[in-house]
Design a protein around this ligand. Sequence first.
Ligand code: BGC
Length: 761
Amino acid sequence: MKKYCIIFLIILTLNGCQTNTNISNNRTDIINKKVDSLLGIMTLDEKIGQMNQYNGFWDVTGPAPKNGDAKFKFNNLKKGLVGSMLNVRGVEEITALQKIAVEETRLGIPLIIGNDVIHGYKTLSPIPLAEAASWDLKEIENSARIAALEASAAGTNWTFAPMVDISRDARWGRVMEGAGEDPFLGSLIAAARVRGFQGDDLSKNHTIAATAKHFAGYGFSESGRDYNTVDVSKNTLYNVILPPFKATLDAGVRTFMNGFNELDGIPVTGSSFLQRDLLKGEWEFDGFVISDWGSIREMIPHGFARDGSHATELAIKAGSDMDMESHLYIKKIKELIEAKKLDIELVDDAVSRILRVKFELGLFDDPYRYLDAEREKEVINHPDNHKAVLEMAKKSIVLLKNENQLLPLNKSDQRIALIGALANDNNSPLGNWRTNSDNKTAVTVLEGMKAYPDNKLIYSKGADVNLNDDGVVKFHEKVKINDSDKSGFNAAKNAAKNADVVVMVLGEDGFQSGEGRSRTDIGIPGVQQELLEEVYKVNKNIVLVLMNGRPLNINWADKNIPSIVEAWQLGTQTGNAVAQVLYGDYNPSGKLPMSFPRGVGQIPIYYNYKNTGRPGPSNTVFWSQYNDQLNTPLYPFGYGLSYTSFEYSNLKIDNKNLTVGNSINVSVDLKNTGNYTGKEVVQLYIKDRFASVTRPVRELKGFEMISLNPGEIKTVNFEISETLLQFYSANEIWESESGFFDIFIGTNSNADLQESFELIK
Ligand code: BGC
């Protein structure tokens, strides 16, 4: 019992100081004092232990492990040599671990429990890329809040999310986990997610610490191949990659994760520039940095560290505070200190940061505050959570094409053929990051459509997407794509022949995107493309519903299929969301957060490119263009239709001169010219015509979601101030430069209503 008294005394004594009026500063001061006091009584081993994170290691509720890795980890936990664990879940399991940490170690320092709560815990919302397509920051924040509610009720107090890596490469499997290609939208979404996870008080037991990852540049892996080299300019780093990280910092994110990639020749896990100088120095981040899984050890194959000891030294010096599963800190730090290769101050700094976050989470006040079995039962899968993820799912759907108003479907007297294995798949819609959830728990499209009983619905699979056992791909398993079995084609064609409308649900298996799941061919996988073309021969009235974790190459469909709906992987409520959109009970309002290319050869493709000295296209040769393809994407960033139509007019600017400290107003009239009530995301883009470094052809600088009834008109206003025009300049600082700017407002990144103004400094 002695040990608890020490910690208890520290806490009690310092709590007594809390008399000041400035509660927040006071709280920070008190926590810092508590951290210092605790650090003062820790041995070197105990400090190193705090920097050590282990993956879940044994059936905790069963007998203690007798040998092997599990026994080793278990013994270290008992000795107080583990600061955190990941991939342990649920109140029962985590309580057993926390008990050991708190009641059996000398100081009783509680564990911080991390998990990849990426888009929900048990009740899954859409994959993050899909959520980004909603452009609805409130809903995205709410989705993260629901995830935190469930995760915290199940004992997790730290999530490795949001992933805020900007990416321009649809081949990279992890685009599903981010917010797409744009730093402006990406920053707003990143901040919304942090607010959702962390709430306004981290010490409440329904909020969890968030992680901004992967710091930095991982989304620019060469050729879209995961873990590959990243080689970007400072210009791209500062103007494109870093802004969302900075946004999470400003939103109060408590941890950062480094990554697997190198940047400018240095693996980011060993990058002092990123972690020590920029993040902890210039940005004054006072939380802690966790390594990515094994990324400290991986500096050896990178050819940056000689051996484990060297990797440890480099990582700690660079500012990587906690070791996720490299097992190096626990083995090497002591030797390095004794050999005087590492200053104890660096260890103290790392440990203080980790303890600070544990104090902020309230773990020292009550290490069991996230561990209430009753609450777990009550909160997980609560109907309100399902309601919330359904809302999020509907808002994430993007209508790509709708010729002849084939959609929405009539609710009665129609014969509908529903085709595609994904239409009856309750697993793929959960996406790749469902580690905390249960397989096969999504509402299928077939189930969702059955809720509209007044049509005659016939389902025919057509073809499997994968040929894995039982159609289920495991987390570490490759997807065996079906590129041969067409035995179901005839039945599908027969179903289509006799239907008024054919709904085909095609796309990727849930495990074709995500970590380690890059693709070079981003078409509709396997025999599904052929199935689409075969069915088209017998019935052209096709609604194609796409299920996928990345932009796909769908040129043929775009040319031939009258209606196309981008439904991504929408999580637990997928089928209900898709059905409600197809039947018009929800009018789609999503907009693409990533460009859809016309072919892999165009990648990387993004709307905010630079003009070059020879901007194409031209009929002659020597221009920046392809000889066999257009430069433009198939569907641009920001693109998405509605069942109604909108008209933009009357773009006005109240002042053609902008000065520092003032703002100018731009307004536009938006009219609903169709027959349905609908929502439109009005988008503002700005082009800086000339600067000390080249600037993109345009950049998103504002957007507003407007709901209008048929015939209704609203005026939408945007304020433009000098700060909105700042960028990382030739002076290597954030600043604006005087000169002329063009404004574009409209329905996507091709917006063509145009005005201009001058910034006078
Ligand atoms: C991923 C991280 C993730 C970690 C823990 C790594 O492989 O890159 O994003 O948080 O595993 O699961």
